[in-house]
Structures are given as C-alpha cells and as structure tokens.
Design a protein around this ligand. Structure first.
Ligand SMILES: [Zn+2]
Length: 377
C-alpha cells in the first residue's frame, strides 16, 4: 500500500489562484484544495510533500507524488523523518517517490525578494512581524487551521484585523483557505505532529512569490521539546529557492507580550483564543486566553479591549499544571506575578501548579492516571 498524491491541478481566476490534488491513503480518498488571494502559486509537488509526509509515516507506507520535487526539500524530508522517528517511534520512515525525476527538474529563477510571515493575530506572530518589520513584505493569513472553515464570524473578524495590521505596517496580505486539516487530523495530531508541516505546505505553495517565510515560534530555546513546529524541523522544509525560518525562540511568551503590548494595533487586534467559546474573538476562559490575560495582568497592562471579560482567578487556579506546556507558561507567569507583588495572582498560579490534579500526575503512575483521568474531566 502507498499514500498517493495525484491529479495536482491549478485553476486561476482574476481574484484568486486555486490548486487541488487527490490524496489516497489507507483506502480513503481526499480532495484537498488551497485557494489563495494575493499571490501566484507554484505548480510543483513540494507543498503536497509537506502535506502528506507525516500521515504517510503514521501509516508506514511509501509516499508517491505526481509532480516535481525540489532536491533540497527531498534531502530535508529525509532528515525530518529521522528526527520524527526518534521523537515518535510509531511514525515509521518511508520511501518518497516522485513520478518526475530530478533530472527533469526545470530551473526556476528566483523572481522575488519578498518575505512573508505567518500571521494569526496572536502573540508569537505579532512579535515576529514587529521584530522583522523592515524585512517582511507579506502577512500570510490562513483560514482552515485554527479557524474552522465553517466559522465565518471569527474568520471575518480576524481577516479584518489582519488587513488593519497590514495597512498600519504598509504590508501586503496573502489569504489562504484550505481543507488540509481535515486530512491531517485523520492520521496525526495537530500540535505534536502536523501544524508545522501544514504551515510549511502553504509556504511552499507561495515559493514563486516569496524567497523567505518566517514561522513564529511557540517555545523558547530553554523549553524546546518534540512538537510539530520546532527550530530543528521547520528549516528542513526549505527549498533551493525558498527559506523557511523558525523565529522567536529567544523570547519567552511573557517577554514577547511585554514587547508588543503597547502597540495600538496589538490592542485593537490581539487574538489568541483556540476555542472561541460563545463565538467570542477571545473567549477569556480557555487555557491560551487565561495564559495571555495572566501575563498582561502581571505586566501591569490593564487595557486590552479584545478580551471582553475580566480575568477570573478561580479559572487560573484550575489550569492543568500537569500538562508540560501549560506548566511552562504557568511558571513564567508566576515569576512575573511575584516580581510585580501581585499576591492574589501568584496564589492562583501556585494553586494551579500544586493542584490536586497536578499532584496526582507527578506522584502517580501512568496506569493510575489513566484510571483517574475521567474523574477530573
Ligand atoms: Zn479562549
């Protein structure tokens, strides 16, 4: 059995470019498409390699693609597989076959000096676009990854904010809409495995427009761990004509917030929410909202209008301190709360770190945890 990517086609109109392909995996067939406004798109198979490599590894099946593949990307894909197999042994190394050989690869001149940066309106992407504001020419906004395709309300509000930020900075916006996540979610985990590859896939699609793309980091060099986007991984998606850069590991999340919080455009547009409970731009209740609101309070930033509810310390105290990623952010916020002498905030964060759930996780075996977990849902 193989994972096969075929029928890669393009259809352009005056307002957008569209490409689609058929992906066959484990006897299922997926019609995957990308619609792009604001950029031409490549007609090679590079984006489709990034889209399908990790699902193929999960299935342990040869990956066959109809289309041209970049030599450097093929070498990168080999190293990506080495790293991923060490991190996640159940993802096995697979062969990659392309119908067209390297010798048939046409030379493509670098047509551009444009530089892109993925921009969701969150802390990491605001930090990266402000850090590289002289160099970056395009903001890349995706509908279909963190914002569901059927969520028009959050999509429209986010898109408006992205265009306002781009206008304030004098940048262009490239809008990408794709159903790729529907495919990836069937085989691999979005955070741990796939979202970096999915972002790389959209960047590779834009390689005839952009020479470099920044992918904003989630974690500092101090707290790196196996994760779908990582400074070891992301550059390996680069091609001979496009560099992909994992950016921002030098700053913790609270350091990033401290650097961006005073900008007017951040106050108007900051969007961090994953869950959008109540269809809110920032729900104020999910872990990521609470993590950000906690940092803002610890830094003494009282006015962030995109959060339309006050920080609830009882929710902060119930954050899951046993989750390694959540724990890092709780610890960072606790340090800041102690430095600013915010006693009640520090107390809530300590409670989250030392809570009943966390204590059981630290002291208990995985077997006990599995039995107890339903009680804490
Ligand atoms: Zn939220």
């Amino acid at each position: 059995m193989s994972v096969v990517v075929s029928r890669i086609t393009r259809s352009d109109t005056e307002t957008q470019c569209r490409t689609q392909a058929l992906i066959e995996a484990a006897a299922a067939r997926y019609e995957i498409s990308y619609e792009v406004k604001g950029s031409a798109i490549a007609d090679d198979a590079n984006a489709w390699l990034a889209a399908s490599l990790f699902p193929a590894m999960k299935l342990g099946e040869t990956l066959r693609l109809e289309g041209l593949l970049d030599n450097q990307l093929l070498q990168g894909a080999s190293r990506l597989q080495d790293i991923f197999h060490v991190w996640y042994p159940d993802l096995r190394k697979v062969s990659i076959e392309s119908r067209l050989s390297d010798s048939s690869k046409k030379e493509r001149p670098i047509a551009t000096h444009a530089v892109g940066c993925f921009f969701s309106g969150g802390v990491d992407s605001f930090y990266s676009i402000l850090k590289h504001k002289e160099e970056i020419t395009h903001l890349l906004f995706i509908h279909g990854f963190d914002i569901r395709l059927d969520d028009q309300k959050i999509y429209q509000a986010s898109l408006k904010a992205v265009h306002e930020v781009a206008e304030a900075l004098g940048k262009e916006v490239i809008e990408i809409r794709t159903n790729l996540r529907d495919f990836g979610d069937r085989y691999v985990k979005w955070g741990e495995h796939y979202f970096g590859a999915a972002l790389a896939s959209t960047a590779l699609l834009l390689s005839c427009q952009l020479k470099k793309v920044y992918l904003p980091s989630s974690h500092t060099y101090e707290h790196l761990h196996p994760w779908g986007s990582h400074p070891l991984l992301d550059p390996l998606w680069s091609t001979e004509t496009m560099e992909i850069v994992h950016d921002g590991c030098e700053a913790s999340r609270i350091e990033k917030i401290a650097q961006i919080a005073s900008y007017d455009m951040v106050r108007k547009s900051l969007r961090v929410c994953w869950l959008n409970w109540d269809r809110a731009y920032n729900c104020g209740r999910c872990e990521k909202c609470l993590r950000t609101m906690t940092s803002l309070r610890a830094l003494g930033v009282s006015d962030m209008p995109t959060f339309n509810r006050a920080l609830d310390l009882s929710l902060v105290s119930r954050l899951d301190g046993s989750n390694p990623t959540t724990r890092i952010f709780i610890q960072e916020n606790l340090k800041a709360a102690e430095e600013s002498n915010d006693v009640s905030l520090a107390k809530a964060l300590r409670k989250a770190l030392n809570g009943r759930y966390s204590r059981i996780v630290r002291n208990g075996s995985e077997r006990i945890l599995r039995k107890l977990r339903p009680l804490f849902k």
